[in-house]
Design a protein around this ligand. Structure first.
Ligand SMILES: Cc1cc2nc3c(=O)[nH]c(=O)nc-3n(C[C@H](O)[C@H](O)[C@H](O)COP(=O)(O)OP(=O)(O)OC[C@H]3O[C@@H](n4cnc5c(N)ncnc54)[C@H](O)[C@@H]3O)c2cc1C
Length: 353
């Protein structure tokens, strides 16, 4: 089996790359290790920019996102009303619809097929896919998330400081408590309780999602994160009933250097390339745009030659993705109570009442 492009992983970045490759007439295969639809640990927060740039199907929307509330250690708050509003989505449904769009325009897809490793053979790649055998590809799009097999296979590991550990708990609370946060995304900063960490609460249509994240640089033991989350939950909600718990890594320092975003004819997109806002943990928007940029860079490379890396960086720039480098203001608020208070004051001055 020979393809122009094999896209490894079918989350938002992979599905977007796959769709665009197929639209551009490239013979493309998406390889996904799980049976779809598959869950993805995520708060499901889509800011208005996502709805402006992409179709967000109604079936995926759990609640309208009305605003963001930021809370300082002292309890001081800044509220940012979103007008137009954003959305809180069910990632399992959202991601699956994106993959289906790719298949509709001619991309091929294999599910329950884990890529084990890749090898360079002449000018193409041999992709070793569990249950399928070896697939040949001229280009690879590494869309396999934060635990990227392709990055490991090509010897591009993360540094500890690039990552944050996150934990999320889905809870059922009283109807009154749920209504009080429905459609609101709250973010709590308090370095005195967890250095380098932050907590979020997302009020959804049927339950409430409470999460915690911390830079690996400051985390001595994952248990500390779990304890802080449990203690926060007890104080924030009366008798929360835990429905589900999950833990996952989050890229935390913005995109990798451009020399690590393209290796040979492999392009890294989404979490595998670090395309997450380091101030908010938002990744879906950047995953989708980086996936589209990768497909367009491959197309241009085939049409006009040149440097694949330069073409990808140009496409990323056109899509506003390079602003992701250097968003470090909030990191200081994670390390000092004074900085956290000052950060909330600045947001209030900018109009967050
Ligand atoms: C706790 C948490 C909360 C978050 N909340 C938000 C939020 O509210 N809003 C937001 O915008 N972002 C949020 N994010 C970030 C967002 O989830 C990611 O940025 C986004 O999922 C990245 O998409 P992706 O397609 O690059 O990777 P993923 O969504 O991780 O998809 C990667 C895919 O690759 C597949 N895969 C992996 N390895 C292989 C392999 N070897 N072979 C084949 N397939 C493979 C996986 O099964 C998966 O389907 C959150 C992240 C975390 C951890």
């Amino acid at each position: 089996m020979r393809y122009d492009v094999v896209v490894v992983g079918c989350g938002p970045s992979g599905a977007s790359a796959l769709r665009r490759c197929a639209e551009l007439g490239l013979r493309s295969l998406g390889v996904e290790k799980y049976k779809l639809p598959r869950p993805k640990p995520c708060a499901g927060i889509l800011y208005p920019r996502v709805l402006e740039d992409f179709q967000v199907p109604r079936e995926a929307v759990l609640s309208t996102l009305q605003g963001i509330r930021l809370i300082a250690p002292s309890g001081k708050q800044a509220f940012i009303k979103l007008d137009p509003p954003g959305a809180i989505v069910d990632r399992q449904v959202f991601d699956y619809l994106l993959v289906q769009e790719a298949v509709k325009v001619g991309a091929e897809l294999v599910e329950e097929a884990r890529v084990r490793k890749v090898e360079v053979r002449g000018t193409s790649y041999q992709v070793y896919v569990e249950g399928l055998g070896v697939v040949e590809a001229k280009f690879l799009v590494a869309a396999d998330g934060v635990y990227s097999t392709i990055a490991r296979s090509l010897n591009l590991p993360w540094r500890k400081e690039d990552l944050a550990l996150t934990m999320q708990t889905y809870v059922r609370v009283s109807e009154e408590a749920r209504r009080s946060v429905e459609g609101i995304f709250e973010v709590y900063y308090d370095p005195s309780k967890i250095l380098g960490g932050w907590i979020w609460v997302a009020g959804r249509a049927r339950d409430v999602l409470v999460g915690i994240g911390s830079s690996l640089n400051y985390l001595n033991h994952p248990l500390k994160l779990k304890q802080r989350l449990t203690s926060f939950l007890k104080h924030r909600f009366k008798e929360p009933k835990v429905l589900k718990e999950e833990a996952y890594m989050l890229p935390f320092k913005g995109p990798k250097k451009d020399s690590q975003l393209v290796k040979g004819k492999t392009i890294f997109v989404g979490d595998a390339g670090g395309f997450v806002r380091s101030d908010t943990g938002e990744g879906v928007y950047y995953a989708m745009h980086s996936g589209l940029a990768a497909a367009e860079a491959i197309y241009d490379y085939l049409a006009q030659g040149g440097s694949l890396k330069d073409l990808y960086v140009k496409k990323l720039d056109e899509r506003g993705m390079l602003q992701l480098y250097g968003l470090t203001e909030v990191h200081e608020a994670l390390l000092s109570v004074e900085e956290a208070e000052a950060f909330i004051d600045r947001v209030r001055k900018l109009g967050g009442a």
